[in-house]
Write a protein that binds this ligand. Structure first.
Ligand code: GAP
Length: 501
């Protein structure tokens, strides 16, 4: 492949309606993307699969999903620490006026991480290494904090508020309501899927650094003494996870440690069973979506990168064509959020557990949907012998499950095909099936492969005689002849086909 994979995927995504820049006809601002018809189907399928995997299957612990407001009041985000601390360092070129995220610029130019360093220290690194504006060579100005939240105003009085920077905050704010309304007992979880907003200094790499994005987050609330007794831990104890430990990151050639979830807890590689449980389940989840084991690792954030309230953060990173990038953040948030919200609001957020009051500790797996979607596109992208793209998407999340194709648009083939297509769409719980009768059959197969259609169903002259059709598999290109009446069953089984195991 000559062109960079990222560019090929962006080309395909824009051309075929997976994603494209927001307000493109007005050259809209960077960092905003709309999902097109196929991207929004994929997003829907990813959320549905995630919900099944992480919420519905969790029968020993209840996890409740909420759908909270995007606009949150100043007081709530002041308490959470976002008003004071949610910033990135920026610098402006004194000559051309370009603005850079200073820590990223340093990392790109001299491969040094300045995470956790003060603004003065970052300025010192820029001066020491004489880092200049990559665009014009000009001198870079003073390092200033750039606030990441989007500010807005509520009502005629103009009360200051912000767009939420993470969906997690609604969960902490709603904790008491959910606890009492659902008659919860520790441990339990609250989840939310929804938009988050960060006014990033330099959005980049298409869906990677956005100013508006979607998170799927779970906050698990656990009594601190129970952090090492996850009721379903036995299901994952032998699952291997790949961890890039803090010690390894300090070496010249860091190596990933491959360890079972059980050993990771016993050897203190992860802080507790709940964290290990999620690292194991996330490994299974992404592998079931076609990301190879060796392309997944959990990086234990270094002390200077770890938020002050956290008892350990493990980022799930995937090896992309442009390097390892985080797609899920896992944090042991301790009791920080509930304690601070309790202090600021005056509300009691401790709950009864084993006859005493406990402020629960929190384990938080936080998934980014757009990064997950991009990962699935990159790992499923291939080209056929003619160099035409084929998206070998996991069957569960591919946007279109089947395409119904009449061999010809005449002799009653089209009517027959249309009636089969309609019968597939008019069932309870239909899956997404399309009808395509334009162009040669080869062209139509290629068009379907390019967007990852799982199966192509062709209606030919034999169909008119015996009601059978051919079903072509996207990945193997094999065709089988089946009865039209069996199609729904075949498509459903095919959709549920696991990628591995
Ligand atoms: N509540 C914890 C939290 O928000 P995070 O590591 O900042 O943690 C979690 O974000 C996930 O959200 C990331 O792993 C990523 O997938 C996604 N995410 C965060 N910032 C993003 C951005 N600017 N653009 C796209 N996705 C983003």
């Amino acid at each position: 492949m000559t062109k960079a994979l990222l560019d090929k995927i962006v080309d395909l995504a824009v051309r075929r309606g997976i994603f494209f820049p927001t307000a493109e006809i007005y050259h809209g601002p960077a960092g905003f993307y709309d999902l097109g018809p196929l991207g929004s189907l994929m997003k829907h399928n990813i959320i549905q699969y995630w919900r099944e995997f992480f919420i519905l299957r969790e029968t020993k612990i209840n996890i409740y999903e909420i759908d909270g407001s995007i606009i949150l009041p100043y007081t709530a985000l002041k308490a959470s620490g976002h008003v004071d601390k949610f910033t990135d360092p920026k610098t402006e070129c004194r000559r051309c006026g370009r603005i850079y995220r200073a820590d990223h610029l340093i990392e790109e130019v001299i491969s040094i991480s300045v995470e956790g360093k003060s603004l003065e220290e970052i300025e010192g690194v820029i001066a020491e290494h004489n880092i200049r504006c990559p665009s014009c060579g000009g001198e870079l100005g003073e390092i200033k904090p750039h606030h990441l939240m989007f500010k807005t105003e509520i009502g005629a009085a103009g009360e200051v508020a912000f767009l939420r920077p993470e969906t997690a905050q609604n969960i902490f704010l709603d904790f008491k309501r959910v606890y009492y309304s659902m008659r919860c007992k520790l441990p339990f979880g609250i989840a939310q899927v929804g938009r988050s907003y960060r006014n990033e200094i330099s959005p980049r790499q298409s869906l990677f650094r956005l100013r508006e994005f979607t998170q799927m987050e779970i906050e698990m609330f656990i009594a601190p003494e129970d952090l090492n007794t996850h009721p379903s831990f036995d299901e994952v104890r032998d699952v291997k996870i790949r961890i890039l430990t803090r010690e390894e990151q300090l070496k010249e050639r860091p190596e990933v440690v491959e360890i079972s979830a059980k050993d990771a807890v016993e050897e203190g590689v992860v802080p507790n069973q709940y964290m290990a449980y999620y690292l194991a389940r996330e490994t299974q989840f992404y592998m079931s979506l076609g990301i190879p084991f060796e392309s997944i690792r959990f990086r234990h954030l270094l002390p200077e990168e770890t938020p002050h309230y956290s008892g350990g953060n493990f980022d799930l990173e995937v090896r992309f064509s442009f390097g390892w990038k985080e797609i899920v953040g896992n944090a042991y948030r301790t009791d920080y959020d509930l304690s601070t919200h309790s202090r600021f609001s005056g509300e009691e957020l401790a709950v009864q557990h084993n006859g005493r009051k406990v402020t629960p500790h929190v384990i938080e797996p936080s998934f980014g949907i757009e990064r997950t979607l991009y990962a699935l596109l990159e790992f499923s992208y291939s080209e056929d012998e003619r160099g035409w793209p084929v998206l070998k998407l996991p069957r569960r999340v591919s946007p279109v499950k089947a395409a119904v194709l009449p061999l010809m648009r005449k002799d009653g083939l089209d009517e027959k095909a249309y009636s089969i297509y309609s019968s597939l769409r008019r069932v309870p719980n239909p899956c997404y099936v399309v009808y395509d009768d334009t162009g040669s059959i080869g062209r139509r197969y290629a068009r379907a492969d390019e967007i990852g259609v799982n199966l192509c169903i062709t209606i030919d002259y034999q169909t008119l005689e015996d009601d059978t059709v051919t079903v072509r598999d996207r990945d193997t290109k094999q065709q089988i002849r089946v009865k039209a009446s069996e199609l729904m069953d075949i498509i459903t089984k095919d959709t549920l086909r696991p990628v591995i195991g």
